[in-house]
Ligand binder design. Sequence first.
Ligand SMILES: Nc1nc2c(ncn2[C@@H]2O[C@H](COP(=O)(O)OP(=O)(O)OP(=O)(O)O)[C@@H](O)[C@H]2O)c(=O)[nH]1
Ligand SMILES: [Mg+2]
Length: 361
Amino acid sequence: MDSQENQQKSAMHVMGGLKSTHDGMGQTTRKQFRRQHKKEISVDDFSREIRQGSRLHLAKAITLLESTVADDKKAGQRLLQELLSYTGNSIRIGITGVPGAGKSTFIETFGKYLCEHGYKVAVLAIDPSSSISGGSILGDKTRMEELVKHPNAFIRPSPTAGTLGGVHKKTRETMLLCEAAGYDVVLIETVGVGQSETIVRGMVDFFMLLVLTGAGDELQGMKKGIMELADLLVVHKADGDNAKMAKKTAAEYMQILHFLQPASKGWTTKAMPVSSIENIGIHEVWDVIRMFRETLIKTGTFDNRRQSQTKDWFHTMISDRLIDEFYGKAERKTQVKQFEHEILDGKVTVSQAIENLFSHR
Ligand SMILES: Nc1nc2c(ncn2[C@@H]2O[C@H](COP(=O)(O)OP(=O)(O)OP(=O)(O)O)[C@@H](O)[C@H]2O)c(=O)[nH]1
Ligand SMILES: [Mg+2]
């Protein structure tokens, strides 16, 4: 049996995002679902099913949130509103690193470890390349074949719909739905390119950076900015011939970290060697995360951060909405282009153009 068939047969499989019409249900299940929900699906029923842990309803609810159809979007928002008081009880973890650092493999091993210890684990993957590759996360790059089959796991790639700006909204809301469904740990994977790390840092409690050994100038070349976002540096693939080197690299990072601004007030960022393939350091990573949570809850930093993240999110949404409304007008793009020419030709000033655009809203 190939792995795709395997996934179809298992209770759980990777759920498609917006780009595919796939909503996490097999054909038969979808038919059954439609039969059961011929009439309008009540928000109350849906909310109850999600709280009782129905992955099918959770997947469907996420699809509603991601939908571009106005009615579906509205239904998704009503549902989220209904479930809001059940959210907030997970530890939100962001995982980043260059392509090939082993993020998905780490999530597979770490996720399985958590599931086996009784935790419910939701994995959300932000894949900025999905607009190009059509959702590579669903393809052969997915390395979560076993986690996907675990009854305690829920895996959902987030569609980026081509814009990174859209990422945070869907992923944040998806995360909240997962929390209402009782997931204890939410893992968000993001490829370390562009602004995606900053966006993910802005929605998680704990942020982890996967780095590799070998590249001699890696330490110097590593962007200080990214290191300053991390609560933990995982020196990954610390196995075989690389084990010793990884240990040494972790120690070197620890030295450097002393000179950097810590990502979270009251917490000293750590570095440690980990191998997801050999299962080395996995338990230790969870210990660090638990210690982090305990420490930051005591000092109040944990809750303060969540509050300021929500506030920032609100303000980002205001800006997004304004931009959407501004460009929502059919003729807007042509107008802007026209003004661009006129500005460059010296016919109008930038301020005049702005004045003009906004006075004819
Ligand atoms: N030796 C060793 N190899 C690993 C380990 N973890 C991952 N790999 C290998 O590294 C390669 C990339 O792993 P992925 O998990 O796909 O990496 P990723 O960071 O998710 O990659 P992208 O999603 O493309 O950004 C694969 O060939 C893995 O088998 C590890 O702990 N040890
Ligand atoms: Mg990956």
